[in-house]
Design a protein around this ligand. Sequence first.
Ligand code: F0G
Length: 451
Amino acid sequence: MKIGTATTMVTLRCIDHQCNTSFPASSSMTHCHCGNLLDVHYDWPDLNPRELKETWTSRRTSMLPEDQSGVWRYRELIPYLSPEAKIITLREGNTPLLKAPRAAAYAGLDEIQFKHQGFNPTGSFKDNGMTTGVSQAAALGKKVVACVSTGNTSASMGAYAACGDLKAVIFIPAGQIATGKLSQALDYGALTIQVDANFDVTWKLVSGLVEEAGIYLLNSVNPYRIEGQKTIAVELLDQMRWEIPDWIVLPGGNLGNSSAFGKGLRELHQLGFITRLPRLAIIQAEGSAPLSQLLERARTEKKSPYELGLLPVLNPQTLATAIKIGAPASWKKALRELEATQGVCISVSEQEIADAKAVIGQSGIGCEPASAATLAGIRRLVAEKQIRKSDNVVAVLTGNLLKDPAYTLAYHQGTLSFSKENQQIPIQSNFGNQPNSVPPDLEQIKKLLSQ
Ligand code: F0G
């Protein structure tokens, strides 16, 4: 199948403008010699936005895998594979944009739309990046891929590696990932190594080792994963018929996804597909909020955040385990995108995340805890008048409700609690929905029905 456009010049380029070092597109490097991350850089051919928008629409009725994928459908914007390369796809993307009046009212907005990445094949936005990352691994002739993960990356990589006949090795913080995600990785046949440490410690321990062993690393530091994830922003605008939202709101963990959205939006702008950029809002959990803390320090000390540098949170804490990351690898990329889009980054409490998640559930939509940070953040930003009531706001729900059933059950049963400075802090089930138990007695059942 013809995916690549042989005419496009592709390189990997250091994100630091002063360094600006380029590397061949076939390199497995994720970082420049100077320590900064790399971007996939294209010398764009002439693209005709009007014609391409029509082409993308017409592909929606095609039966070809590369057209059915909500990532490869937009292949002109990710032209890094050679024409003969094989793509590994599970028909990712194609996720809906859902209106949710109840959630809008909760946040104080006239309207809100959720771009629900939980509708992906493995239930999270990681699939958009894994189809591109694993396809690149296969194109480079790699046999083994690896990642360190808070759960979703490992589930997704396991699936795509299996689909592409590659061996998958995953490292996860023992006992700190949601059961849905762990069971997925096992089912997809990945070699699953649980390390008795948190994500950051595990990352520090094994990321170098993996590269040394010639294993292809598929964390979001891999620039080809970012290429796939940037198409979420493209599909979103396509679904909105290219009407530009005022805000796109994302949860922030390792900050790869915010980086991907920013890159995608900037490229769409540069290539003439959109006339202005939406603003990005990144929402972190209070106990795992190194980027929002950095921006706060930069404001109070009136210094550049780059000059101050990110101070990792040494013992990150949040029940939203997907974003329990204290030293996000892509903080500089995310900062670049916040600057480009006049974006903001704030943090929200465990109680705010839990209640927002329940409200998203009551809207008939549902999501995993990390995703709900978006609605909690929007509510704050509306209260602070940074987001206006009438603004056009899209929140990205990154993962499916069924990823973390234990959290949802505990919230509704009133047993959810959070450990902070060695204290257990209960989460109030403000929107709780207790399950009822009865003996096999019709009278008691009738009593419940009449309540
Ligand atoms: N939401 C969910 C459901 C996630 O799984 C993640 C990240 C994020 C948000 C944050 O995205 O890291 O790009 O800022 N999960 C990674 C993982 C870290 O290993 O699955 P980010």
